[in-house]
Design a binder for this molecule. Structure first.
Ligand code: FE
Ligand code: ZN
Ligand code: FE
Length: 185
């Protein structure tokens, strides 16, 4: 059935975000586990803690709306998380860090877009308390993205330096390098 009220869209987008955040609570520890840079490990771990708070904020909103939190799987986030997971098999060392930063920034930008939309609906519908909570999360996502940009400057340089080192040693393309074995879990 096609809906034509903003409240329905609002609730469905919140449910989509709820699914997205829960997927990230699972994905971020795996990224932290595979990161080489200690600063990147800290950034993923710290944002995982924030993400758990973001899940709680959404639960508060569902409760005040009197609706269930469940009901929608965020397939967009599923795809972004899947691509991030693939980088773990494809790259290693500081190049993997660079790839995971790129993947994580896709996550943050997706979330920034989604929270921007629900903030606008909440404001329009006079849902002031929701808006406060959603804005807090939006700020966290923006800061997480900025932090990743900052870290990428060092990590990308390390990745480039590693490549030059390998070229000097006559090591071939990334595909010819032996893969470190990593647990998929
Ligand atoms: Fe989030
Ligand atoms: Zn989604
Ligand atoms: Fe986030």
């Amino acid at each position: 059935m096609a809906h034509e009220n903003l409240q329905t869209l609002y609730v469905n987008e919140l449910r989509d975000l709820y699914s997205a955040e829960q997927q990230l609570v699972k994905a971020l520890p795996k990224m932290a586990k595979n990161a080489e840079s200690e600063d990147l490990v800290d950034a993923f771990t710290n944002h995982c803690g924030e993400t758990k708070n973001q899940v709680s904020r959404l639960e508060q909103i569902f409760e005040s709306l009197g609706v269930s939190a469940k009901g929608k799987k965020c397939v967009g986030m599923e795809g972004i998380v899947q691509e991030g997971a693939e980088t773990i098999d494809e790259y290693q060392g500081s190049v993997l860090d660079a790839a995971m930063i790129s993947a994580a920034q896709r996550v943050e930008h997706y979330e920034i877009a989604a929270y921007g939309a629900v903030c606008a609906y909440a404001e329009l519908m006079g849902r002031g308390e929701d808006l406060g909570l959603l804005k807090e999360t939006l700020q966290e996502e923006k800061r997480a993205d900025e932090k990743l940009t900052e870290l990428s400057k060092i990590v990308n340089e390390d990745a480039l330096a590693g490549e030059k080192e390998n070229a000097l040693r006559g090591v071939g393309s990334p595909t010819s390098r032996s893969k470190k074995t990593r647990s998929a879990a």
